[in-house]
Design a binder for this molecule. Structure first.
Ligand code: ATP
Ligand code: MG
Length: 585
């Protein structure tokens, strides 16, 4: 927990932050106040995410405000106002209704970040059915696994994705009744329908199917970083968490332009790429193209993005290339930058401060928690390397599990343990689909055990140590890979590092680091020794890596997380396990 804080100053902050007094808000927070704020007197009429996100604004002063702006790869821009979005999502809900898709049925979408995906997501919710996104770069087998395990009844996709990935699976998916093709002018056979045709025929009027707070709304598969992806179930009530986290952490204000770079195939891309910004009536930017540093800076500049939510993997890619963003781009509108998905190295926070003029705000959460749980806030000093402090309404603790099934809360600062959350907040998952036992195992005593290890400092900031599965036991020490990776990242030659424990008869496990180098740096024995020496100086000999191997690209999930389990399996010649989410290019 070595840190030099980045002191907060609101001098250049163009709005009044929503969360002015963290301690006070924490103390007085209650979820019923959020319900009141969002729904007022209409609470008795049930709850539907899409109504809160879209219709509430379409029927008010925001009707003609741009809700979503899509930027196509060729830079063509398509805008949808809240009113357009209401009409389109109503049409889609009618399409499902006419096809006999009812409350609780699962609608999957396999598509890039194009308008139809977003319309289908929100229209599905209006119809009372369950939205389940699939990342468009999945191969046929991962698509099959999820459609099958998720009991898909409808799939929305494009003709080419259908031909490449789904056509050969249909016989194995007897429950899949309808496939709606986003770009087909005409129907293409039984159960293979033209979505544009159905949309034209459908009415723009739709009375949202009554859903209750506890009705299933979203099914999200986890990233598969540690093993086979799990299908996490979320309910309509999760919207309260989407809303309040976007208020306090993202600090959204009514006229903001917000850009979440995540694909809806991952939970961040749905919770914060679709739902949360709409609940605040802001304009969301959606880039249909893939990562490109210059393109991204150009989007920040030309769209005048105020709040930007991205991931460590993207930030490390920006850090790797030699662009001085503030020299070449006007980023004066940018107010806040956030990151989630993986540990954010202190180097990256500081890079933000130096190169973007803004520190990067790390936050922590999981598919299972549905929304941000621990975060850095605009009004709070940042301790680079820390995930920040729990949201108002969220009780987080470091705990130790005992063999007798009891859980002890560790009050002492600086001690590693399980990062646990007190259940009872609205966006906590309600199950792993068809895996009841696995779900039950996550709850011990009064706590939800996240599977991550962390420590808390004396001021209540949480520090990530590692995933339970990745912790290395070496010479009597428990070493979190993050600590070692951070130390290596401080070396000017290192672009990225992934650290594992390799069984060793003398010391239990030996710390081994896989390192990718910055452009222009060449691997050599000399550099290996230099890196080992560099890490020793920072970490001490017991924790520093004893072996280093250079790799051009570390294996990552498609959502950009380093797959340490795969580095380890390959190192040890063990089976590689589920690779459905492995990035292959
Ligand atoms: P699987 O559960 O299938 O192995 P996954 O855990 O990577 O995949 P997600 O739910 O997408 O799937 O990711 C959540 C995990 O990502 C967290 O449990 C944590 O390990 C990591 N993570 C997310 N944000 C942060 C952060 N700010 N700092 C450190 N780790 C983070
Ligand atoms: Mg997980």
């Amino acid at each position: 927990m070595d840190w030099i804080p980045i002191k907060k100053s609101l001098e250049n902050y163009s709005v009044e932050p929503n969360l002015l007094d963290y301690e006070e808000t924490h103390r007085t927070f209650s979820w019923s106040l959020v319900v009141e704020e969002l729904q007022g007197s209409s609470q008795a009429q049930g709850l539907n995410i899409a109504n809160i996100a879209v219709d509430r604004h379409a029927e008010g002063v925001k009707a003609n405000h741009v809700a979503m702006r899509f930027i196509a790869p060729d830079w063509t821009v398509r805008d949808f106002t809240y009113s357009n979005l209401k009409a389109q999502t109503n049409r889609f809900a009618n399409v499902l209704l006419h096809l006999g898709i009812v409350k609780g049925d699962r609608t999957f979408v396999l598509a890039g970040r194009i308008p139809s995906l977003y319309i289908a997501a929100l229209g599905t919710l209006k119809n009372g059915s369950v939205f389940c996104p699939l990342f468009s770069a999945f191969g046929p087998e991962p698509v099959f696994q999820r459609l099958d395990r998720g009991d898909a009844k409808v799939l929305v996709t494009t003709t080419s994705l259908y031909k490449q990935k789904v056509a050969q699976l249909r016989e194995r998916l007897p429950k899949l009744q309808q496939i709606l093709l986003i770009d087909a002018e005409e129907d293409m056979g039984e159960g293979l329908l033209s979505l544009p045709k159905l949309m034209v025929e459908a009415s723009e009027e739709f009375a949202t199917v009554p859903t209750e707070a506890e009705d299933m709304a979203l099914l999200h598969f986890t990233s598969g970083t540690t093993g086979m992806p799990k299908g996490a179930i979320h309910v309509h009530k999760a919207v309260y968490a989407h809303y309040i986290t976007a208020k306090y952490v993202l600090d959204l204000h009514s006229n903001d332009i917000f850009w979440c770079t995540a694909d809806p195939g991952w939970v961040t891309g749905t919770s914060y790429g679709i739902i949360a910004p709409l609940t605040h009536g802001v304009t969301s930017i959606i880039d249909e193209a893939e990562f490109d540093a210059n393109r991204w800076y150009q989007i920040l500049e030309t769209q005048k993005v105020n709040v930007w939510y991205t991931a460590p993997t993207a930030i490390r890619r920006l850090m790797r290339i030699d662009i001085e963003p503030r020299k070449h781009y006007d980023l004066s509108q940018l107010r806040l930058v956030h990151s989630v998905g993986e540990p954010l190295n202190p180097e990256a926070v500081i890079w933000g401060q130096e190169k973007l003029g803004l520190p990067i705000h790390d936050n922590w959460w999981q598919t299972e928690t549905g929304g941000i749980m621990i975060a850095n806030y605009p009004t709070m000093d940042i301790r680079p390397g820390s995930m920040g402090r729990p949201l108002p309404g969220i009780e987080a603790a470091i705990v130790r599990r005992h063999e007798d099934g009891t859980v002890e809360v560790i009050d002492k600062p600086g001690v590693d343990g399980d990062l646990a959350l007190k259940p009872g907040f609205p966006s906590l998952f309600r199950g792993y689909l068809h895996e009841e036992e696995r779900y039950c195992k996550c709850f011990v005593g009064d706590w939800y055990i996240s599977g991550d290890l962390a420590a808390r400092d004396a001021d209540g900031y949480f520090w990530f140590v590692g995933r339970e599965d990745d912790i290395i036991k070496t010479s009597g020490h428990m070493v979190g890979p993050f600590e070692v990776e951070n130390a290596l990242m401080e070396h000017p030659a290192v672009a990225e590092a992934g650290v594992i424990g390799k069984p060793n008869p003398m010391i239990g496990e030996l710390v081994k680091a896989f390192v990718s180098l910055k452009p222009g740096r060449q691997p050599s024995e000399g550099l290996k020794l230099e890196l080992i020496g560099f890490a020793r100086q920072k970490l001490g000999a017991a924790i520093a890596p004893k072996e280093i191997e250079f790799q051009d690209n570390l294996p990552k999930t498609r959502s950009g997380k380093i797959m340490r389990r795969l580095l380890k399996a390959r190192e040890l010649g063990l089976p590689e396990g589920d690779l459905s989410t492995l990035e292959t290019n």
